[in-house]
Write a protein that binds this ligand. Structure first.
Ligand code: MFK
Length: 559
């Protein structure tokens, strides 16, 4: 019997059937040819980075606050992979590709496929890149020409020495979700320039050249509407910190390479991006972009977990045969694969809709779908990545609990996806906000249209069962919603179940349409098998809730 070995990775672009099928089905041939060399290089880099990371001691960034002579310097030394982060970002256009015009409505697809392949190898350098992309998007939407002219070419640069990274500094001690409570104040100095004073409690990209942040102009009212969005550059022309002190780096469960910092703003020079209020509304385009990054990166974690667990199952023997030959083990892995495959379809649909919308090609229904699907994709994939990463640890047995196999890191890092950029509950409530602004009909109608298209395909006969199940789930959702609508509290209590149901059902409809195309075109017969398995896991999670009774289940407050 052979001893267990470390699982190995091959080129992560070439071996990814789901990605290959998606490319084949969705992208014009000339575009595919144009981007293939980059995707291939990123796939090779991903494999190489995995093997290199296993052969060195993990490092964390180091903050040095004072120099030998007592001068405050607040210098952060990044890990080696991060030191090369800007070079990789610029070379492969990880931000730029989403903003360039050559691929029209597919620009975001191009970009997010690159991000998907690079994310794990980047050791979460994708986090500041997400915020950089979000900042570029929010600045464009603001119409502030001066700032756009100054910052946009840098945020989307293809040259590493010109590339700016941007932070998104929203979170304060008083709350991460309830941004309306922000205490940071903006005051005008004697020259009439705005300066920021306050404390930001989680800043993920303090190493960047700029940030978008929220602050309350002095004398403004309380609440979210009175917050303004500001842009600031982190250093002055001489390279000194712009009124920023780094208090410490966070000691986190995961994402250890990421220098998340607590900072004080002590007179940081800043520029209002729009008016002096409605900062949350102004920063929303950034949130929606970073939430899409979050979903793409969650997919990357899922795929990496499944590839490693499957590779291990092929070589690890137990009870006289490889794990892959044990029915229960292989069923567990197949369930993970099925969930990943369907989630992949949803996330890439969000990427495509974002691209269509940014190129002015989105119909009213596309725009409504984008608003609805963005929080759904983020919240579902965040939770799914944690579940798959946890199952992966288990699939490795004891080795999955040993730090230097690299497996526990996948789980620790995955736990950030449901927290970053709004927790599952905050995103579920955002989905309700979206439903109340655009209705849920666009989503149900679009799902029905996808199923009709699938139904009309020659391959539909083999897909009859999934079609019926997805249609039934749509009916369940349609009937559930009006029953809850009368009671706002019950609606909120059920928001997570509703969001998960909408995400899973819409994703299944999309996967169904794509699978019939794949089967009919003889591109990928396994796509239909995955969908069948996914549907067997269940589409809806709707339950009636009575929030007044829920609290009775909990222990009373301790004295
Ligand atoms: C590798 C992956 C990379 C991912 C990047 C990682 C970086 C991680 C760093 C972070 O996690 S940064 C912190 C992220 N923080 C959040 O995501 C905040 C979570 N909280 C929320 O999202 C709250 O729901 C929110 C702050 C938006 C609620 O605030 P309010 O004050 O209750 O907002 P309100 O009144 O509902 O909305 C204000 C306006 O914004 C409204 O527009 P109007 O003024 O026109 O009425 C909303 O419609 C609009 N809005 C809110 N969310 C929106 C939106 N518009 C479009 N899309 C949305 N998602």
């Amino acid at each position: 019997m052979s001893h267990p070995r470390a699982p190995e990775l091959d080129n992560q672009y070439r071996s990814d059937r789901v990605l290959q099928t998606w490319l084949h089905q969705h992208l014009p041939v000339d575009m595919r040819q144009a981007i293939e060399a980059d995707l291939d290089a990123l796939g090779a880099h991903a494999a190489q980075a995995w093997h290199e990371a296993r052969s060195r001691t993990p490092q964390k960034p180091v903050l040095t606050q004072w120099d030998a002579w007592g001068e405050r310097i607040d210098r952060i030394e990044s890990t080696p992979v991060w030191q090369n982060g800007a070079v990789m970002a610029a070379r492969y256009g990880l931000v730029a590709a989403g903003h360039e015009l050559q691929f029209g409505e597919f620009a975001r697809c191009d970009q997010f496929l690159r991000v998907y392949l690079h994310h794990i190898a980047s050791e979460f350098h994708t986090c500041p890149l997400a915020m950089t992309d979000g900042a570029a998007t929010a600045l464009k939407a603001s119409g502030n020409h001066e700032l756009i002219e100054r910052a946009l070419p840098r945020l989307t640069a293809r040259e590493a020495d010109r590339l700016w990274l941007s932070g998104q500094w929203m979170t304060e001690r008083i709350g991460g979700s309830d941004v309306g409570n922000s205490e940071t104040e903006a005051r005008r100095d004697e020259q009439g320039q705005w300066r920021l004073y306050g404390r930001k409690w989680f800043t993920s990209a303090v190493i960047g050249e700029m940030a978008l942040t929220l602050a309350r102009p002095q004398g403004a009212a309380e609440g979210a509407d009175a917050l303004a969005m500001f842009q600031l550059e982190t250093r002055d022309a001489e390279g000194r910190w712009n009124g920023i002190r780094i208090d410490r780096l966070k000691d986190k469960l995961g994402t250890h390479e990421l220098p998340t910092a607590e900072i004080h703003l002590d007179g940081a020079l800043a520029t209002p991006v729009g008016g002096l209020d409605h900062g949350v509304r102004l920063i929303a385009p950034m949130l929606n972009v970073t939430r899409t990054w979050n979903a793409v990166c969650a997919l990357a974690t899922m795929r990496r977990c499944i590839v490693l667990a499957t590779a291990y199952a092929r070589q690890r023997e137990a009870f006289g045969r490889p794990l892959i030959e044990h029915p229960l083990h292989v069923a567990t892995l197949a369930d993970m694969q099925a969930e990943f495959e369907v989630a992949f379809q949803l996330v890439m649909q969000v990427a495509h809709l974002l691209g269509r919308s940014e190129r002015g090609l989105a119909s009213q229904r596309d725009a409504a779908l984008l608003r609805l699907l963005t929080p759904l994709a983020k919240l579902w994939t965040g939770k799914l990545a944690v579940r798959i990463a946890s199952e992966t640890c288990e699939a490795f047995g004891g080795a999955g609990y040993i730090e230097n196999t690299g497996i526990p890191q996948l789980l620790r890092d995955a736990q950030v996806y449901p927290i970053w950029e709004g927790t599952t509950n905050v995103l579920s409530l955002d989905a309700l906000r979206a439903i109340s602004s655009v209705g849920f009909e666009p989503l149900l109608e679009a799902a029905a249209a996808l199923l009709d298209e699938a139904d009309a395909s020659d391959a539909a006969a083999r897909m009859e069962w999934p079609l019926r199940e997805i249609r039934a789930a749509l009916v369940t959702i349609r009937e559930w919603l009006p029953r809850q609508a009368a009671n706002k509290e019950a609606m909120q209590a059920g928001a997570r179940g509703l969001a998960m149901s909408l995400a899973r059902t819409f994703a299944a409809a999309l996967a169904c349409r794509n699978a019939t195309r794949a089967v009919a075109g003889r591109i990928d017969a396994r796509a239909a098998q995955s969908l069948t398995r996914f549907i067997a896991l269940g589409l809806t999670e709707l339950r009636p809730f009575d929030p007044s009774r829920a609290i009775d289940l909990l222990e009373p407050a301790s004295r």
